[in-house]
Design a protein around this ligand. Structure first.
Ligand SMILES: Nc1nc2c(ncn2[C@@H]2O[C@H](COP(=O)(O)OP(=O)(O)OP(=O)(O)O)[C@@H](O)[C@H]2O)c(=O)[nH]1
Ligand SMILES: [Mg+2]
Length: 304
């Protein structure tokens, strides 16, 4: 496949290398952003150089994007896929991005949570078959770039707006959580999802994923999540997020109301460590990443 390069921004800003800024490291150790980028996300540069479909993990801070990537990567590797960070995604002088790429495998295999305290937060991950042929790319960006509880009406940063316009086939994975935060936060987040839906292209695919399902044992029946009940909760709590994707086909709408997959997901179980330094991690049952991958691959193959 011919290699295509999309330089998503004009590259005129000075990309500070964190390796040269030891005193400033702490503030962006968890974000992978330079000082400039952290101050103004509109200065962020990203490059998507492979034409393979891009899966965008759209979720608020701490919604579970990193742990989803970790859980999915473990499952994909176990099932013969190759999963690697794309080193060309961030500017080559971003020492922090290089460090993220270098520590990716360690984070994936760790018995401790790579969420929250991790340096893994802003990455493009390439999923390939056993021959190294790309299947898709998964993008994780800091949650506050999609939604901030403090500033719910903040516009999307420029690089996210630009990703909306790249030629790659795209799947937007809208992450929600049952009973998340307060009523107002859920309404605000729903509005942000609807805003994104209004600016993405009609040919883009969507998936809705309900994360941290393990936190809702009441919605489980014989060890399995009650999908219908989860769906009802999400529909009530995040009003309007499904409306755009109602199936309008007069025949198929009789048995399929919506044009998307709704996936119940759990990355696993997390326990605070005794010394308070982090969380141990127990991966979830394989059926969670398996179902998520099935939904992703369906969109990649143009199933909806
Ligand atoms: N119970 C439970 N907790 C989870 C799950 N996934 C993530 N968490 C918790 O949520 C925390 C944040 O998860 P992350 O994966 O870092 O969230 P994120 O969306 O990447 O957050 P940002 O990168 O800050 O936007 C983790 O440290 C876990 O404590 C899950 O499936 N179940
Ligand atoms: Mg993250």
């Amino acid at each position: 496949m011919a290699k295509k390069t999309f330089d998503l921004t004009d590259n005129t800003n000075e990309d500070l290398d964190i390796a040269t800024l030891p005193s400033a490291v702490s503030s962006f150790q968890n974000t992978g952003l330079t000082v400039e980028e952290e101050r103004d996300p509109n200065k962020i540069n990203v490059v998507i150089s492979d034409p393979a479909p891009v899966i965008i993990l759209f979720g608020a801070g701490s919604s579970g994007k990193t742990m989803t990537l970790i859980r999915l990567t473990r499952w994909l590797r176990k099932n013969g896929y190759k999963v690697e960070p794309d080193r060309s995604f961030r500017p080559s002088n971003s020492g922090h991005y290089k460090e993220m790429c270098d520590t990716f495998d360690e984070a994936v295999n760790s018995d401790y949570s790579a969420g929250a305290t991790s340096i893994l937060n802003f990455m493009l991950i390439k999923v390939m078959n056993k021959y190294g042929e790309p299947i898709c790319q998964i993008l994780e960006a800091p949650g506050e770039h999609y939604f901030s509880r403090q500033f719910p009406n903040e516009p999307f940063p420029r690089y996210i707006n630009t990703i909306c316009t790249i030629d790659n086939p795209k799947t937007w994975m809208f992450i929600v959580e049952s009973n998340w935060e307060d009523l107002q936060d859920r309404l605000n987040y729903a509005n942000k999802i609807i805003k994104m839906q209004s600016q993405i292209e009609p040919k883009d695919r969507v998936i809705f994923t309900c994360h941290k399902a393990d936190m809702h044992p009441a919605l489980f029946d014989a060890g399995r999540p009650n999908k219908e009940q989860f769906f009802k909760n999400i529909k009530n709590q995040y009003q309007g997020i499904f409306s755009k994707y109602m199936n309008q086909n007069p025949i198929t709408k009789l048995w399929r109301k919506y044009n998307f997959d709704f996936v119940i997901f759990s990355a696993g179980l997390f326990n605070d460590t005794a010394d308070g330094s982090g969380q141990s991690y127990t991966p979830s049952n394989d059926r969670y990443p398996a179902e998520l991958w099935k939904a992703i691959i369906k969109t990649v193959k143009g199933g909806w």
